[in-house]
Design a protein around this ligand. Structure first.
Ligand SMILES: [Zn+2]
Length: 403
C-alpha cells in the first residue's frame, strides 16, 4: 500500500470539493451511486427488464447451476458450454431479480471500511477518511448488478489504468477497472474462449482471491473483487485451455430443447415477453419473489451445512476412480452439494445431494495429457526403483546380469 498523495495539484473549489471529471460523474455522486455508468468500452450494466428466470423453459441443469452459484460463492464460477440460441445469456441476465441487496460503497472511488481495516486510513480517499472519523457509514444497501465484459476489453479496462487527470489521492490515480466494478456483483463473460489469456488469468485470479492489486509505475492500488463469475462459450468457436476449464467450479452443457412441446412453449413465452415484457414478467413475479426469498435464506443457511465423513469419503474415492487429479473437483462438488442441501432447507449433505450436482462438478476435469504423462512417468519410476534396489550393494549390481 503506498502513502496517500495529499499534495493538491489542482485548485480546489470550496463548493465542489470532489474532483469530478464530467457532469456524468457529478450526477452519479449526487445520486449516491458508487458506480459510474459504464461506457461501451468499459462494459455494460444491464438494467432493462430481464426475462423472468422462472419463465425459461427446460434447461434444468443450467438453472440449477446458476442458483447454486448464487447461494454459495465458494463454488467458484460457472461455465455454460453450448451453441448459440440456448438461452444462456437470457438466463444469466434474469438472475438479477433473484438477488438480495448488498452493502456497497457510496464513494465514487469505491472506498470500503474493509480497506481501512487492512491498509489504514490512508487507503481511502480524504472524504471517506473524514466520514469514517466522524463515525458515518461508507456504504449503503444497493441492488446487485450484472457486469458484462465486452469482448474487445483490454487488460487496462479490466484491472484499471492510470488516470493522469485525477492526482489528488493515490486511490484516484487509478481509474477503477471492470474487476473492481464487479465487486459484490455478477460478472458475465460471454464467449470466454475468445478472450486473451492475460485477461482470463487476471479475472480468474481476482475471482479466486476476492481482491487484486494493480501496479502502474509508482502507483499501487488494491481493490475488492468479490463477484460471482459466469462464463459462457460456444465450442464451435474455439477451445478453452484445460487449465482455464479446470478453474471454473461448475461446467454445464447447454443443449437446445429436444421436446417439441417444450420448444413451442419456449417460443410462446418469448413472443409474450417481446409483445409486452411487463405483463409477462408480472405473471411470474409472485414465484420470482418467493424464489428470491428462498435464495436469501439458503445463503444464510449454507454456512452451517456440514458433510459427514461417511458421505465425503466415498465421494473422494469416486473422484480418484475417475482419474481426476485436480483437488478442485471435490472442493466444487462438496460446495455445490452444500448449496443444494441449503436450498432444500437442510443442514447436512446426503448422498443424494452429491448425486444431484455430480455431473456439473466433475465433467471435463480429466486431462488426457496428464493421464498419458503420468503413465509414461510411472514406467520411469519403476525403472528407477529397480536400479535403486541394487544401488550401493557392494558393486553387486555390476555383476548381476541385466533383466
Ligand atoms: Zn472514498
Amino acid at each position: 500500500m503506498t502513502e496517500p498523495e495529499l499534495t493538491q495539484t489542482e485548485p480546489k473549489d470550496e463548493q465542489h470539493p470532489n474532483p469530478f471529471r464530467n457532469l456524468r460523474e457529478l450526477v452519479d455522486y449526487v445520486a449516491g451511486k458508487s458506480l459510474p455508468p459504464l461506457t461501451a468500452e468499459e462494459g455494460r450494466v444491464t438494467e432493462t427488464l430481464p426475462f423472468p428466470f422462472l419463465g425459461i423453459v427446460g434447461q434444468h441443469e443450467m438453472k440449477l447451476a446458476l442458483l447454486l452459484g448464487l447461494i454459495n460463492p465458494n463454488i467458484g464460477g460457472i461455465l455454460l458450454i453450448g451453441p448459440r440460441g440456448t438461452a444462456k445469456t437470457t438466463a444469466v441476465r434474469s438472475l438479477l431479480d433473484l438477488l438480495p441487496q448488498v452493502e456497497r460503497s457510496t464513494c465514487f472511488y469505491g472506498c470500503l471500511p474493509e480497506d481501512i481495516e487492512v491498509g489504514g486510513i490512508g487507503a481511502v480517499c480524504p472524504d471517506c477518511a473524514k466520514k469514517y472519523g466522524e463515525g458515518q457509514s461508507l456504504t449503503a444497501p444497493d441492488k446487485v448488478r450484472l457486469i458484462e465484459l465486452p469482448l474487445n476489453a483490454r487488460i487496462d479496462d479490466v484491472v484499471g489504468s492510470i488516470d493522469e487527470r485525477a492526482a489528488l489521492h493515490e486511490r484516484m490515480r487509478i481509474r477503477r477497472g471492470i474487476l473492481a466494478q464487479a465487486d459484490r456483483n455478477l460478472l458475465y463473460i460471454d464467449e470466454i474462449n475468445l478472450l486473451e489469456d492475460d485477461i482470463i488469468d487476471s479475472i480468474l485470479d481476482a475471482a479466486a482471491q476476492g481482491s487484486y492489486t494493480v501496479r502502474r509505475g509508482p502507483v499501487v492500488a488494491t481493490y475488492r473483487s468479490r463477484f460471482v463469475l459466469i462464463g459462457s462459450m460456444n465450442p464451435e468457436e474455439g477451445r478453452l485451455r484445460p487449465q482455464i476449464l479446470d478453474r471454473f467450479g461448475l461446467r454445464v452443457i447447454v443443449r437446445g430443447l429436444e421436446d417439441v412441446e417444450e420448444r413451442l412453449e419456449a417460443y410462446r413465452r418469448v413472443q409474450a415477453y417481446l409483445a409486452n415484457p411487463r405483463e409477462m414478467i408480472g405473471q411470474f413475479s409472485p414465484e420470482m419473489e418467493a424464489a428470491a426469498a428462498e435464495i436469501r435464506s439458503a445463503r444464510e443457511r449454507v454456512r452451517k451445512v456440514v458433510i459427514p465423513d461417511g458421505v465425503a469419503n466415498p465421494a473422494i474415492h469416486l473422484v480418484q476412480q475417475m482419474g481426476i487429479d485436480s483437488l478442485r473437483a471435490e472442493i466444487t462438488w462438496f460446495e455445490s452439494a452444500r448449496a443444494y442441501a441449503a436450498a432444500d432447507g437442510r443442514d447436512e449433505v446426503t448422498m443424494d445431494d452429491l448425486k444431484a450436482v455430480a455431473s456439473m462438478a466433475l465433467r471435463l476435469r480429466r486431462s488426457q495429457f496428464m493421464n498419458e504423462y503420468f503413465k509414461g512417468q510411472l514406467g520411469e519410476e519403476k525403472e528407477l526403483n529397480t536400479l535403486l534396489t541394487s544401488f550401493g550393494k557392494k558393486n553387486s549390481a555390476k555383476k548381476k546380469p541385466k533383466k
